[in-house]
Design a binder for this molecule. Structure first.
Ligand SMILES: Cc1cc2nc3c(=O)[nH]c(=O)nc-3n(C[C@H](O)[C@H](O)[C@H](O)COP(=O)(O)OP(=O)(O)OC[C@H]3O[C@@H](n4cnc5c(N)ncnc54)[C@H](O)[C@@H]3O)c2cc1C
Length: 365
């Protein structure tokens, strides 16, 4: 099931890989992607095991050589092998330009020698490949010195250890160490120095997909709290008869419906703009959408925990889904671009587009 397909499935995949619901590649669009992730997240933690594929495979589909694609895509799309995206390091998260993991070409040009560390890598423990951001340029080369390398996890010199986090145990969050790892040069994804561009374009779908999950998380909380408020007897009546409770549910409902409309608007616009224009025009808006989605699910989960009373803290029973979501909202807010950084990015992208537009207007005068 090519979950990594995201908003589009290449036509040449028809008949090659099973596509969920037997949908034809030419019919698959951003709304299929939305529904798929909505349903997976509704299924609870199971969505965690697809994270690596969803964020790690797109760089290969978009930028790898045909030979590398032919080798790796059949393995990872059939589920025979697993993949993760490895960008973040202990000393560089939001500041991607600061990455220090090095990949130095050998004198014969046949290999890269990789040294460094990656942190927070989702699904890392059970991955066979890492789509890895590495520095091929000198230490002070900034964004221009970054490249993308596909690294086989079974090569000598790689160590993985699990990082225990408060939520999403199935995600298998991992710390990876690379020590003199000899990676064949033909595992380079795209051209040397193109890594920063790949990282940024990859983030757009990741942020949208996080918003899909936050939206479903908020809906689940609201659904369970609404049902409970109609059952629970308090002070001689049902909980839902309390105006304060209805007010809470109303405020949550309006936020969820507004988020749904914004998500669908962006999905529609991205489908009609195409990949390149969509990334260029809607990268900033998508960052802001991710922020809003995180804020909505956090707000709704907090309110719903209160409506559930003690059940909102209980890992089993009628409050279990709300308990799990309220504990894991931060895993929707920080990964893929932390809230403060995303707000700033949204404004900087708007500024860039407005300068371009005013430049174009002036040149017409
Ligand atoms: C559960 C989980 C799963 C993850 N999965 C992956 C993965 O699969 N692959 C991967 O590569 N990475 C992954 N990450 C890493 C994730 O993308 C980073 O944690 C995130 O980008 C933030 O980086 P950081 O943790 O280093 O925080 P920092 O960059 O140190 O930032 C900490 C805080 O400082 C503030 N801040 C930083 N810069 C600015 C700024 N310019 N303006 C305003 N405020 C700022 C923000 O509030 C931010 O939250 C994952 C993280 C988590 C928690």
């Amino acid at each position: 099931m090519p979950i990594a397909a995201g908003r589009a499935i290449p036509r040449e995949w028809a008949g090659k890989y099973p596509i969920i619901g037997d949908i034809k590649p030419e019919e698959w669009d951003g709304f299929h992607d939305l529904v798929l992730w909505d349903e997976l997240y509704r299924g609870g933690a199971v969505s965690s095991i697809f994270v690596g594929l969803t964020v790690g495979a797109p760089p290969i589909r978009q930028f790898a050589s045909p030979a590398l694609q032919a080798k790796v895509l059949p393995e990872i799309l059939s589920g025979q092998k697993r993949i993760s995206l490895a960008i973040t390091e202990p000393s560089a998260g939001s500041d991607v330009r600061n990455l220090t993991t090095t990949a130095e070409k050998t004198a014969d040009g046949k290999h890269y020698i990789v040294n460094g560390e990656k942190k927070w890598i989702t699904n890392g423990m059970f991955s066979d490949y890492f789509s890895t951001a590495v520095r091929t340029g000198p230490p002070d080369s900034g964004a221009a010195g970054l490249s993308f390398l596909l690294i086989d996890r079974h090569l000598p010199g790689i160590q993985c250890r699990r990082i225990e986090i408060g939520a999403g145990k199935l995600s298998s969050t991992t710390y990876i160490t690379f020590e003199d790892v000899k990676v064949p040069a033909d595992m380079l994804i795209g051209e040397e120095g193109g890594g920063f561009k790949f990282i940024m374009s990859n983030f757009n779908h990741e942020r949208l997909w996080i918003a899909f999950q936050a939206l479903r998380g908020a809906r689940i909380c609201l659904e369970d709290a609404f049902a409970w408020a109609q059952k629970r007897d308090v002070f001689g009546g049902k909980l839902i008869e309390q105006p304060v409770v209805r007010h809470k549910l109303g405020l949550c409902g309006k936020k969820v419906e507004a988020l749904q409309a914004w998500v669908e608007q962006i999905v529609y616009e991205l489908d009609h703009l195409g990949e390149k224009e969509g990334n260029r025009l809607l990268g900033g808006t998508t960052a802001l959408l991710k922020v809003e989605a995180g804020m909505v699910v956090k707000y709704v989960a907090d309110e719903c925990v209160k409506i559930m009373g003690g059940l909102g803290l209980t890992k089993s029973g009628q409050g279990a889904r709300i308990e799990a979501i309220s504990r894991s909202v931060i895993a929707l807010i920080v990964p893929g671009g932390s809230e403060d950084v995303m707000i700033d990015l949204g404004v900087r992208e708007a500024l860039k587009l407005s300068k371009l537009r005013s430049g174009a207007r002036e040149s017409r005068l």
